[in-house]
Structures are given as structure tokens and as C-alpha cells.
Design a protein around this ligand. Sequence first.
Ligand code: NAP
Length: 472
Amino acid sequence: MRMYVAGQWIDKPEKLEVRNPYDDSVIDTVPRADRGDVERAIQSAERGARAMARLPGYERWKILKRAAELMTARTEALGQTISTEEGKILAEGRLEASRAVETIMGSAEEAKRLHGETVPLDAAPGGAGKFGVTIRVPCGVVVAISPFNFPLNLVCHKVGPALAGGNAVLLKPATDTPLSALALTEILLEAGLPPEGINTLTGPGGEIGDLLVADRRVRKITFTGSRDVGEHICRTAGIKRVTMELGSNAPVIVMPDADMDKVAAAVAATGYANAGQVCISTQRVLTAGKVYGDFLDALKPKVEALKVGNQLDETVKVGPMVREREAVRVEEWVREAVAGGARLVTGGRRQGAMYIPTIVADVKPEMRVSCDELFGPAVAVTPFRDIDEAIALANDTNYGLAAGIFTQNLEWAWKFAREVHSGNLHINWGPQWRADLMPYGGLKESGFGKEGPAYAVAEMTELKMVVFHLPQ
Ligand code: NAP
């Protein structure tokens, strides 16, 4: 595919290959953007921001609503593109495509809801005769940088609210998975977006990232990706608005009164989807000593039943990881844990980019499979004595994106919700659950700022305070 810069679909002699992770076949190529393309895209985005700021909310709503309709008509094709470039099974690719429709539709609705409020200035000393009102205005040029693992829906979580708020977007999708973002760009233009309302650049973040992030004409950066790249962007950005949606090593606490079948079903569902490459995948299962053996007995057959293979085969439940080197990394971390005294319950093998769904028990908190973000199809199980130790273990991490607890005890559930330092907390389900309309984002080094159209649109706009000094 070509990339979209300054109102034109352009090609370049320098290309990047997009590969199917299952067999490493080249499915397409995209241009490799350079410094000149970045400059053209930023200049275009500045013009686009002026055009977008002139567009009434009703027009922004119409464009996004039309885009959602076009996406609905193309859900199957979008799902196939997602699965082919990313490696997630078709059912997950289709689900992502239909969730992306919801995200764009939710963003359309926000274009109609942006509003300010009156401020009772006469309640301030010396405020008699003053009238105050807040208004929301677009930030201007929004740079959106997205990860590989949800190549359509996470792009929609940035582009939708940015356009709803009247901004122009400069989008840089992940190099492994640029095709879904380019397909979305086509749809938005077909839906009537002003031609310079979006620019979509394909190119390595390590080469063009700093040029995008440091530029003073960019007024807002919205980034989803790894902690380390996020920190680099924060340091490079200077004084501008930034949203960071970063990684995690999400814990689940299994209390002694939990329903073991439900726990096992939830961990199998939330620990291995998209081959574990979900920022809120269940990674650490902290299990009460009393039910430790019961939990492993219930989980093992469910994990062993997950068929691994070609993501486009409808019977497969776990596809390849995005690159073979990621599967090699997961293999190394699991081997290291086992060498350090952890116990392999099942899995622990690799076939190319596919890592067989794995359970590692007796994991110590300092092992990499527990304390770092694993981002692969393996869960690490660790015993605890009581709720206080469970919460301490859950919090013993720099991350804080999502966590879960299984219990019938209201007091334990509430204590968990109050004391676990995490942005999303689930009672009686695993951490990997998200409705696209909810506020979603991390605490600690999992980032800051919220996504979910109603919340993201606030981050994509500036609040101005207007004071009328009226005669008394
Ligand atoms: P990544 O390596 O950090 O890449 C994310 C994006 O940043 C890509 O578009 C990448 O471009 C770009 N990038 C790389 N270096 C850059 C630089 N110096 N300046 C600017 N941009 C740069 O992450 P990933 O491997 O794609 O995604 C996995 C990570 O995302 C995991 O940590 C996961 O937890 C996190 N994630 C978080 C959430 C959330 O909502 N909190 C959701 C999904 C994923 P290239 O592809 O060209 O390198």
C-alpha cells in the first residue's frame, strides 16, 4: 500500500515489507518515510488543523458516523487484514474490526457532546458583574503513535477522538502492522474527511519518531506502546500534551473461596488471547496456598486444549507471535524461570514464531516472567498466604494497568479495589476485559491519561476560560 501525505497517496523506492507472522511470507510493502516526508506531513497537518477547526461539530459527527458505516460494511475484510498482518486468530481479528466500529461511532457521538460550563464568578470576592464560561477548543496537530497488537482498534481510539475534537491527526502506525491503519485512512477520506485532516506515515519509529515528537508545531501526542519507548517520547516531547498507554504484567488474585472452574476458564481466556500479546493479558496468577493445587489442576487441561497454528484456520485458538524473535524471548524467560526453581506445568516449547501456551508454577516475584512484561502466551503462578500478602505481591511492580480478583467475599473484593494500584480492576474476571466506551488507562509506569472516546476527547482538546466583565 502507499502512505498518505499532504493530501496524496504516495509511494517511494525505499520500502518496508509487511509479513504474515505465521509463515513469514511478504503480504505487502509500504513506503519508508524519511525526514522530508515528516516535514511535508507536519506542514500538511497544520493546514489540516485549520480546516478541521472550521468544521462544525455536526459535520465532524457526520464524517465519523459515515466512516463507521463504511467500516461495518467492510468488517470481514478489515478482520482478515488485522489477522494476516498481526497473527491473531480470525475470530479475534473480526472482533477487533467490530470493536473499532464502536470506537469510531462512540467518537462521532462525542463530536456532538463537546461543551463547556458556566462558572459562578460572582461567588468570588470582587466577582460581582463578572460572567464566566469555559469552552473547549482543538489542540491542533495531534501525533498518534500506535502499537502492533491492535492495529485497527487502538488506532481508532486515537484518531476517532482527535477528529471528534476538531484536530488534524498525523498517524504513525507500528511498522509490523501498518495495513489496517492505511485501510482506516482510506475509509475516513471516503467518508468526507478534509483531505489534510489526516496524514498517515509509514516508517520506523526509531528513525522518524523523534522528528514527529519533538516538533513544536505538534501540540498533542497520543502514544500506545512499550514503557521504554513511552519514556523516551516523554523526554523528547518537551512542553506539549501527552497521553501514554503503556505496558503491564497484570495480576489475578485467586482467593480460597473462588469458583475454580470459573477461574480456570477466565485465566485460559485472558492469558492466551492474541498469543498473550495484550497489554492487559493475565500474566501473574497469585493463588491462595489452600487452593493452589486445585487451581493448577483446573487450568492445565483448559490450556492444553488451546489449538496452536495458522491464525487463518478457523479451528485454531492461538496463532503465532508477531515475530519469531518475540517467541524466542518468551522461551528464554520461561527457561530462565525453570532453571531458577520454577515448575513447568505445561507448554514451554516453541515452533518458529509460535509459542505453545504455557503455565509456570512456583514462580518467584523477582523472576522475569513475573516482574517484567512478558507479552506472550504463558502465565506465572505464585502462592500467597492471605489477602494482605496477595495485594502486596500484586502491587510489587512498576506497572498498574489492570488486575483481577476471584472471590465471593465482598470485603476482600472491596479491599482489592481500594488497595491495588491499577487503572482497571475486575471482580470475578481476569484483567483482560475492556468495553471501548469505558475510561481506560494505567497508573504508575503503565502511563497516564485515559482512552475511551468520552475521556480521550477531553485530552484532545484544550479548556479555555472566558470572563465577561459586565457593567454592574
Ligand atoms: P513499541 O515497540 O513501543 O512500539 C509502539 C510504537 O512506537 C510503534 O509505532 C513504533 O514504531 C513506535 N516507536 C518506536 N520507537 C519510537 C521512537 N523512538 N519514537 C517514537 N515512536 C517510536 O510497542 P509494540 O511492541 O508495538 O507494542 C507492545 C507494547 O504496547 C506492550 O508494551 C504493550 O503492553 C503496549 N500496549 C499498551 C496498551 C495500553 O492501552 N496501555 C495497549 C496495547 C499495547 P515501529 O513499529 O516503527 O518501531
